[in-house]
Design a protein around this ligand. Structure first.
Ligand code: ADP
Ligand code: MG
Length: 621
C-alpha cells in the first residue's frame, strides 16, 4: 500500500480504532503494545502536551477536572442542549464559539472537535507506525442520527488532526459494509443493533444492488432509534447493587468509600463479561479491614437483572421498524461489546426470527467497514472469488485429520450436514475445530475457529450422535452448528472464513494440496485406520473381559495374539503415520474383525441367556 492509503476510523464515544483494507480484506491496526481499541479519553495538563487514550482513562479518577471522556456526545451541539444531555456531570461544560458546547479545563476552553482531533491524531500515528508511511486521508464513521452540524464538527476534527475526511459514513452502514452487504444481489433490508457501554442505537437500512460498487451510496437509512443512556454500564450498575446487597447480608449495613464502590463496579463488569462464556462466575472481593466477600453470580441471575434493559432495546427496535414501514428484514447485524451477551443475542433472534450476524468482532466491525469504504474509494475491489467457497471447509476429527463438509468452488449459499460420534468414553464436552484448506491433516490447514459443545451426559464412546451443519450464506458468512441428538445439547459458531485470504494465498494452498495429494491421502487413511482399530480393540477387550472364561482357550490365545499385533501396528502408525504400510495395517484390522466374530456371537448368546435366567424382572413389568 502506498502513502495514498485511506484508513477507516471508528471515532467512538468510549473507544476509537483505525483499520485498513487491501485485497485480503479489512483489518484493524494495533498500537505498539498490540492494542487496537483506543479509549476516547484525553487529559489536559497545565503547560504540557495532552495525554490521550489508555493512560488518560486509567487516571481519570485522580484527575476528574482535567480529564474529558465521552465528548462525542457534545460534538456540534449547542451549549444549552449539551447541558441537558450532561445532567449530573456537566461541571466542565461552558459555552464555546458560536454558542456550541465546549469544556473548561485547566483554565482554557477546549471544544469537542479539539478533543476528537487529539484522538484522531493518536490513531493516525498508530496507523503510520503500523503501515510504515504517512497517512493523510480517512473515512470516518458517525452515528446515523448525527445532523449536518455534527458531521461538520467531525470533519473539522479531522482537519485539526491533519487528516482529510474523504467520506463521513454512518456507523450502521459501515457495519453492513464490513459484512460485504454492498455486494447484495437483490435489494435487502438490514437492521443494525448496536449496544455498547453507554448507548444503544438501532438502524434499519435498505441496500440497492449496484454493479458499480459505490458502497455506502447504496445504503439508505430508513429509520433509526435508540437511547443515549442505555448500555452495558447500566447492567454493571445492577450487578453492583446486587453485590452490595450480598455485602450487606454478610457484614451488616455499610458505608462504602468511593474506592470500594469503584472496586465493586469493576468486579461487577468482570463478572458480567465472564458470564457471556460461562454459566456461573465466582467472586471474591477484598473490602479491606479483614472483610472478604465471597459469592457466586449465575448467568440466569444476571439475565433476570438485565432482562428489563434488553426489553427496552426491543421496544426501540419495534419503534424503528414501525417508522421504517415494517419491512421484512433480511439480516440483523450485531455491533457493540454488550451484544456478546447470550441474552441479547437470543432476544434479538427471537424478536426478528433471524440468526444475527456476530462473526466479526462487535468492537471492530464499524472500523472494518470504514476501511472497506476507504478501499473502494481507492479504486480497490476484493479480488476474491465471491460467489464460490475459495477453500474447502471442514472440521478436525480424531487423530488430527480433517473431515471436509463443503468442498472448494461450491457455489454459495450452501449447506452440508454430517454425523459424528465420540472416540472416548464419557466425554462431556466435544471441541469442534473448524478448518479450511485442501490438505488432509489439521497441521496443513488454516484454523478459522473453534467452539465446544458442553454439558453432554456421560456416554460410552461411539454412542453420542453429533450432528454438525455447515451453512454458508450469500455473503460468505459461515455458521457451524453442532447438536447432540440424544441430549439435545447444541452450540454454534459464526465466522467469515474468507477474511484475510488473498487470491495469491488461495492459489498457493491449492498448489500445495496438489503436490501433496498422494501422501495426504495416505496419512488420512492411516489416521482413520488407527482410530477405528483402537475402537475395535476397546470393544473386543471389553467383550473378552465379560465372556473370556467361556471361550475355547486355543481360540482365546489366537485372538489375543491378533490383538497384540494390531495394537503394535496402531502404536507404530500413531508414531510415524507417513511410514506405515496402510495395506498391511488394513489387513491386520480386517483379520481381527473376522476372528472376533465368534467372540461376539458367544458374548451375545451369553447375554441373551443371562436375560432369560436372572434378568426377567424387567421383561415381566
Ligand atoms: P461503546 O460503543 O459505548 O464505545 P463498546 O462497543 O466498546 O461501547 O462496548 C462496551 C461495553 O461492552 C461495556 O459495557 C462492556 O462491559 C461490554 N462488554 C464487552 N465485552 C463483553 C462481553 N464479553 N460480555 C458482555 N459485555 C461485554
Ligand atoms: Mg460503539
Amino acid at each position: 500500500m502506498s502513502g495514498d492509503t485511506i484508513v477507516g476510523i471508528d471515532l467512538g464515544t468510549t473507544h476509537s480504532l483505525v483499520a485498513v483494507c487491501d485485497a485480503s480484506g479489512p483489518r484493524v491496526l494495533a498500537d505498539a503494545q498490540g492494542r487496537a481499541l483506543l479509549p476516547s479519553v484525553v487529559r489536559f495538563l497545565q503547560g504540557g502536551d495532552p495525554v490521550v487514550g489508555h493512560e488518560a482513562r486509567e487516571h481519570a479518577v485522580e484527575f476528574p477536572l482535567q480529564t474529558i471522556s465521552s465528548s462525542k456526545r457534545f460534538m456540534g451541539r449547542s451549549h444549552a442542549e449539551s447541558l441537558r444531555l450532561a445532567e449530573g456531570f456537566g461541571g466542565q461544560l461552558v459555552p464555546g464559539p458560536r454558542g456550541l458546547a465546549a469544556f473548561q479545563v485547566e483554565g482554557r476552553t477546549v471544544t469537542p472537535q479539539e478533543v476528537a482531533a487529539l484522538v484522531l491524531d493518536a490513531l493516525r500515528r498508530t496507523a503510520e507506525t503500523a503501515l510504515g508511511h504517512s497517512v493523510r486521508r480517512a473515512v470516518i464513521t458517525v452515528p446515523a442520527y448525527f445532523d449536518d452540524a455534527q458531521r461538520q464538527a467531525t470533519r473539522d476534527a479531522a482537519r485539526l488532526a491533519g487528516l482529510l475526511a474523504e467520506r463521513i459514513v454512518n456507523e450502521p452502514t459501515a457495519a453492513a459494509l464490513a459484512y460485504g452487504l454492498n455486494r447484495a444481489r437483490k435489494p435487502e433490508t438490514v437492521a443494525v443493533f448496536d449496544l455498547g457501554g453507554g448507548t444503544f442505537d438501532v438502524s434499519i437500512l435498505r441496500i440497492e444492488p449496484d454493479e458499480q460498487e459505490k458502497a455506502s451510496d447504496l445504503f439508505q437509512v430508513l429509520a433509526t432509534n435508540g437511547d443515549t443512556r442505555l448500555g452495558g454500564d447500566d447492567i454493571d450498575l445492577l450487578v453492583m447493587e446486587w453485590l452490595m446487597g450480598r455485602a450487606q447480608e454478610a457484614f451488616g449495613s455499610l458505608q462504602l468509600s468511593p474506592s470500594v464502590r469503584q472496586l465493586f463496579r469493576a468486579f461487577a463488569e468482570q463478572a458480567k463479561i465472564a458470564l457471556s462464556d460461562r454459566e456461573s462466575a465466582p467472586l471474591e472481593i477484598d473490602m479491606g479491614q479483614g472483610r472478604r466477600l465471597r459469592c457466586t453470580l449465575s448467568r440466569s441471575e444476571l439475565e433476570a437483572m438485565a432482562r428489563p434493559l434488553v426489553d427496552r432495546t426491543l421496544e426501540k427496535f419495534r419503534a424503528a421498524m414501525t417508522d421504517a414501514g415494517r419491512p421484512a428484514l433480511d439480516r440483523v447485524i450485531m455491533v457493540g461489546g454488550s451484544t456478546r451477551m447470550p441474552l441479547v443475542r437470543a432476544a434479538v433472534r427471537d424478536f426478528t426470527g433471524l440468526d444475527p450476524y456476530t462473526a466479526l468482532d462487535p468492537d471492530q466491525v464499524v472500523a472494518l467497514g470504514a476501511a472497506v469504504q476507504a478501499h473502494i474509494l481507492m479504486g480497490g475491489r476484493r479480488d476474491l472469488l465471491l460467489d464460490v467457497i475459495p477453500l474447502s471447509l471442514g472440521m478436525e476429527t480424531r487423530g488430527g485429520a480433517v473431515a471436509k463438509l463443503v468442498m472448494r468452488n461450491t457455489a454459495i449459499p450452501t449447506r452440508a450436514k454430517e454425523t459424528f460420534t465420540t472416540s472416548a468414553d464419557n466425554q462431556t464436552g466435544i471441541v469442534i475445530h473448524v478448518l479450511q484448506g485442501e490438505r488432509e491433516m489439521v497441521a496443513d490447514c488454516r484454523s478459522v475457529g473453534r467452539f465446544e459443545l458442553k454439558g453432554l451426559p456421560p456416554m460410552p464412546a461411539g454412542i453420542p450422535q453429533l450432528e454438525v451443519e455447515f451453512a454458508v450464506d450469500a455473503n460468505g458468512v459461515l455458521t457451524v452448528s453442532a447438536a447432540e441428538r440424544r441430549s439435545g445439547r447444541r452450540a454454534s459458531l459464526q465466522v467469515v472464513p474468507s477474511h484475510g485470504l488473498t487470491t495469491a494465498e488461495v492459489e498457493r494452498l491449492e498448489r500445495e494440496a496438489f503436490a501433496h495429494a498422494r501422501e495426504d491421502m495416505h496419512l488420512h487413511r492411516v489416521v482413520d485406520l488407527a482410530v477405528n482399530a483402537r475402537l475395535d480393540l476397546k470393544w473386543i477387550g471389553e467383550a473378552l473381559d465379560r465372556t473370556g472364561e467361556a471361550l475355547d482357550p486355543a481360540y482365546r490365545e489366537e485372538l489375543e495374539a491378533c490383538m497384540t499385533r494390531l495394537k503394535g501396528l496402531c502404536e507404530a502408525a500413531e508414531r510415524d503415520p507417513a511410514r506405515t504400510d496402510a495395506d498391511a495395517f488394513h489387513q491386520a484390522k480386517e483379520a481381527l474383525d473376522r476372528l472376533s466374530m465368534r467372540l461376539h456371537e458367544t458374548s451375545i448368546a451369553r447375554s441373551l441367556r443371562g436375560m432369560s435366567e436372572g434378568g426377567g424382572a424387567s421383561a415381566k413389568r
